[in-house]
Design a protein around this ligand. Structure first.
Ligand SMILES: Cc1ncc(COP(=O)(O)O)c(C=O)c1O
Length: 390
């Protein structure tokens, strides 16, 4: 039997998807599981978006589109980036991809190769290091501190830099930390990148999900020099509850957008034709759905945070965006994997071990689930922690 390529064998399978699958299997068997693994809104896609896609399908909009996406969607995204984010991109600089995961992958593939280093602040979204490895480049993981709200500081960034540094990945609001960088914090990091001409991938997929009046700032909007080094990634999955539709996008300087278009034209080709029509309707239609969803997340976040921080031995940085909490469970003396598998076995609560995100001191809980699930799940987590004794 022929051997697999090394890049395929050195990958770490996605632990979040694995935990989610295990919890779903137990549920299907009738076990009363409280699932906190979900990385997707528990809301349905708004009806007007579904209608637009259904109409496109019925009208026979079922053929190939340009690999970079339909022109009207690229134009609508460019308009959104201008109006909401203060970003000047032409439609030709926008490439629509098959989900923001695909967007990030194409960015890394287009910009990084053997010998290049990519700085990734930890805790990180678990696919970043694997994507970097798939591009034959090297991830450089930089641990952030809880006391800094899990945000990378300019000194930490500078210390991690070497002559091989090509790219830094910033994700604000962040998964799994929920941290949101302020304008000043982004500016300070970008200045470090500018000193050495380092590219910046700004993953802004959770931009709409921020709390307590927190301002979301789009990195490329800070100055024209920063814009020239930044590749903006965003998509429809989280803001429009469209995870299954697989639609994300990049906006970048012309030559990077062209390279990504080229990669895409030889790999996936266009994102699904009629799904693009749905996304177009999403951008053009009533946005009030997003506010309602964020309102629900706000209530759940308050409840989860309140309960978690009352459990002896558990501490938690308050998330300012996205829909995850990352409590520190290190006082219980177990690895995060041991803690989470014991929690699932004994209390039927599914959480994701922090090690999947580069921190063994934490577990990730998603609050994109019902309040009832949160209440019941937190009762169980509390009982579990008490049984372990910190
Ligand atoms: C930080 C981050 N970026 C990108 C993605 C991928 O989003 P999509 O479903 O659009 O591929 C996710 C999904 O969980 C995420 O958390």
């Amino acid at each position: 039997m022929q051997q697999l390529a090394q890049r395929a064998t050195t990958l770490t399978p996605s632990l979040t998807l694995a935990i989610d699958a295990k919890a779903k299997k137990l549920k299907a068997e009738g076990v009363d599981v409280c699932g906190f693994g979900a990385g997707e809104p528990d809301f349905d896609t708004p009806q007007y978006i579904k209608d637009a896609a259904a109409q496109a399908l019925a009208a026979g909009f079922t053929k190939y589109t340009p690999s970079s996406g339909i022109p009207e969607l690229r134009a609508a995204i460019a308009e959104k980036l201008k109006n909401e984010n203060g970003l000047d991109y032409k439609a030709s600089q926008v490439i629509v991809n098959c989900g923001a995961k695909h967007s990030c992958f194409n960015v890394i593939l287009a910009t990084c190769q053997t010998g290049d280093e990519v700085i990734i602040p930890a805790p990180y979204w678990l696919s970043y290091p694997e994507m970097v490895k798939l591009a034959d480049a090297s991830p450089v993981i930089v641990e952030t501190k809880e006391e800094n709200g899990f945000k990378l500081t300019p000194d930490e960034f500078r210390d991690a830099m070497t002559p091989a540094t090509k790219l830094i990945i910033l994700n604000s609001p962040g998964n799994p930390t929920g941290s949101v960088y302020s304008r000043e914090e982004l500016q300070a990091l970008a200045e470090v990148a500018l000193e050495e001409d380092i590219l910046m991938l700004s993953d802004e997929i959770y931009e709409k999900i921020v709390y307590d009046g927190t301002e979301f700032v789009s990195l490329a909007s800070l100055s024209s020099e920063i814009y020239d080094l930044t590749i903006t990634v965003n998509g429809f999955s989280k803001a429009y509850a469209m995870t299954g539709w697989r639609l994300g996008y990049i906006a970048a300087p012309e030559h990077i957008a062209a390279a990504i278009d080229s990669i895409q034209s030889h790999s996936t080709s266009n994102p699904t034709s009629f799904a693009q029509k749905g996304a177009l309707a999403g951008l053009k239609g009533d946005q009030s759905f997003i506010g309602e969803m964020v309102k629900a997340f706000t209530e759940r976040r308050a409840h989860m945070y309140d309960r978690l921080t009352k459990i002896p031995g558990v501490t938690c940085v308050k998330p300012m965006g996205a829909f995850y909490m990352l409590p520190n469970i290190s006082k219980f003396g177990l690895s995060s994997t041991a803690f989470c598998s014991k929690l699932l076995d004994e209390q039927k609560v599914a959480a994701v071990p922090g090690i999947a995100f580069g921190s063994d001191a934490h577990m990730r809980l998603s609050y994109a689930c019902s309040m009832e699930n949160i209440q019941k799940g937190l009762d169980r987590i509390e009982a579990f922690c008490k049984s372990l004794k910190a």
